[in-house]
Design a binder for this molecule. Sequence first.
Ligand code: MEV
Length: 318
Amino acid sequence: MRVSEASAPGKVILFGEHAVVYGQPAIAAPVTQVRAWARVRDGDQAGVYISAPDLEEEYWLHESQEDDALAAAARLVQQAAGLAMLPPLHIRVQSDIPIASGLGSGAATAAALIRALAQHLGRPDLARDERVADLTYEVEKIHHGTPSGIDNTVVALEQPVYFVRREPQNLIEPFSVVRPLTLLVADTGVRSSTRDVVGDVRRRRQEAPSHFERLFAACGRIARDAHRALQAGEVADVGRLMNENQALLQAMTVSSPALERLVNAAVAAGALGAKLSGAGRGGNMIALVDGSCETAVRRALEQAGATRVLVTTLGLRS
Ligand code: MEV
């Protein structure tokens, strides 16, 4: 029996969340310690069966809801492959990326499914990073409304990326981090819907356009400076810019008491910088550490209520 498998990592936004939706640059990086996997095998009866035990979902594709993300991913590959019907298949998706926590679980699950299915259908062209990113973007739109495109890009490319949303084509610059950086990724344990938070920022921006434009522009400047600092190995500057970005995210109202507790605890314990990551109002925060403070910062995050702390290193291929 033929089996095709693919996976995609989680992600963090290092700089520029929210502002990126409005055309400012942002930087994201993969978190390879957590992943989504998809396994596609030939089915033994007509139809496509999808199972996602982590989401407690099992169904036939033809019986699925229009807005089901995994079903949409399968249909998009079918369309892109120009097939009137998919052959009998069994698709299984698994993930250890916590959902609704800013780590890109939806994008990673869709990307893994799209790549595995494209391979299984004998369409390596559709399994290329750029095509996977584009098809994943279409899935993201279903649940998210107006995604910037950064999440699907970073999980498909699996590299740090400098990203600007723009027409007719986004600017996507994968780049190398000169000096490896260690990040602690700490979960508040509070689930948060990206769609709701992005929608709320949109409403607030409509009420106070010039205030939000100033905040977004300042985030853009920080992302540009951070891009340079990351490529020059200026670790202290990266940390300082993270703190500045956090202050702007607070002003946008997307931080929260639980996020503030973790950010303050990390900085007090010696982190070089700390900020929320992703949509905010819950989910994860990131703290930049070095060998001298990593243990103290981890302990401080746990004492401040983090439900899980991951360590990830940027700049080293894992
Ligand atoms: C979510 O990971 C990042 C946001 O900027 C939304 C987006 O870019 O689509 C909040």
